[in-house]
Ligand binder design. Structure first.
Ligand code: HEC
Length: 154
């Protein structure tokens, strides 16, 4: 049987362990690449190259244009999901469905993910997590999002 002293030493040891873990965790722990592998790559494939019929490439003229002109398009798609026909760069199109996966991710995680997707397109963009939280109460239907997408390219 453990003595009282042994129990309190164990508790103190666990507390010290937790404090050391917190001290080593980086201030902005959300890792866009890791979040992409865990939540998006099953459909969009590693590196966001897409998969015919399953999910569009995320390295594309539309996403590059979003980085330059309307960055909110990307977090809005992740928060609301998307469906309906989308024209792709290679002249084909996709008509499938993306679920609103962003509902299960935090503002910090979404900001990191969006930064990662824009980086795949060669653009350096840092979205404030507050921008993401402002989007949450404003649902966007697929039709509205497709209109935003179409406005991205001339
Ligand atoms: C279940 C498969 C699936 C998962 C998981 C998924 N997506 Fe999608 N995504 C799609 C499909 C399908 C579309 C196109 C929907 C359509 O045809 O209208 C799409 C569209 C998009 C678009 C718009 C692309 C464009 O050209 O306008 C973005 C941006 C996007 N997804 C990002 C993500 C991110 C980031 C994640 C992870 C958080 C993710 N998706 C997870 C299937 C998925």
């Amino acid at each position: 049987m453990m003595s009282r002293g042994a129990v309190s030493r164990t508790v103190a040891g666990s507390a010290a362990f937790l404090v050391s873990m917190l001290a080593t965790a980086p201030a902005h722990a959300a890792d866009g690449a890791a979040l992409f592998s865990a939540n998006c790559a099953a459909c969009h494939q590693p590196g966001g190259v897409g998969s015919a019929g399953l999910a569009p490439p995320l390295v594309s003229r539309h996403i590059a244009a979003a980085a330059a002109k309307n960055q909110l398009y990307v977090p809005l798609v992740i928060l609301n999901g998307l469906s309906g026909q989308l024209a792709l760069d290679d002249g084909t199109s996709i008509a499938s469905l993306m679920p609103p996966i962003g509902l299960y991710l935090s503002d910090e995680e979404l900001a990191a993910l969006v930064g990662y997707i824009f980086a795949l397109n060669g653009a350096e963009v840092a979205l404030d997590p507050k921008t993401i939280s402002d989007l949450r109460p404003k649902p966007h239907g697929a039709k509205e999002l497709r209109a935003v997408r179409e406005s991205l390219l001339p």
